[in-house]
Design a protein around this ligand. Structure first.
Ligand code: IDP
Ligand code: MG
Length: 177
């Protein structure tokens, strides 16, 4: 049997199945956006912060250095518009280069959030990134999406689909059951 283009139907079915698997894999995986904020970059903490996320067993599928402009900052932090700290927050997040990344996997949002620690580093638990490296809410080093829905929205704001990389980790079965 042949399809209209004259190609074997099996080739068409194989391609469709591969596409279906990729789409399904994409939809099934929870994603969260991380931002190593300008203070993290200026203080030379990119390595130590990424190390903690890697050591936890989290899987990065996107990573880049960039500078956030005001328009993107306002879109990203739209939920905080109108709050007293909003102007300072936009100024802070646009003040220098940041590292943005995407972490993918089951419970990615929750695991990243508890690795980061509480929003205010003054009350963040020791052992968390904010609890070990920061002291004030206005310089709290790292952003992580607060829900899978926010994760999807924020990842789409910062990354094109082709910038995300799909790969298998050789040690995956030693990290996840
Ligand atoms: P989160 O980053 O832990 O999710 P959010 O409440 O979403 O915390 O606030 C977004 C960011 O806004 C914080 O990470 C922090 O940089 C900043 N922020 C929040 N509250 C204050 C404040 O009271 N003063 C100064 N900055 C604040
Ligand atoms: Mg938040």
């Amino acid at each position: 049997m042949r399809t209209g283009e004259g190609r074997p139907a099996t080739a068409f079915l194989c391609e469709s199945f591969t596409l279906y698997k990729e789409v399904f894999h994409f939809m099934a995986q929870e994603q969260t956006l991380i931002i190593l904020k300008p203070d993290a970059v200026q203080r030379g903490l990119i390595g130590p912060i990424l190390t903690r996320l890697e050591q936890r067993g989290l899987k990065l599928v996107g990573l880049k250095l960039m500078q956030i402009n005001e328009d993107l900052a306002r879109k990203h932090y739209a939920a905080h518009e109108g709050k007293p700290f909003f102007p300072g927050l936009v100024e802070y997040i646009t003040s220098g280069p940041v590292v943005v990344g995407v972490i993918e996997g089951k419970d990615a949002v929750q695991v990243v959030r508890n690795t980061m620690g509480a929003t205010n580093p003054a009350s963040a638990a020791p052992g968390t990134i904010r609890g070990d490296f920061a002291v004030e809410i206005g310089r709290n080093l790292i952003h992580g999406s607060d829900s899978p829905e926010s994760g999807a929205r924020e990842v789409a704001l910062f990354f094109k689909e082709e910038e995300l990389v799909r790969y298998e980790r050789s040690n995956e079965r030693w990290i996840r059951e």
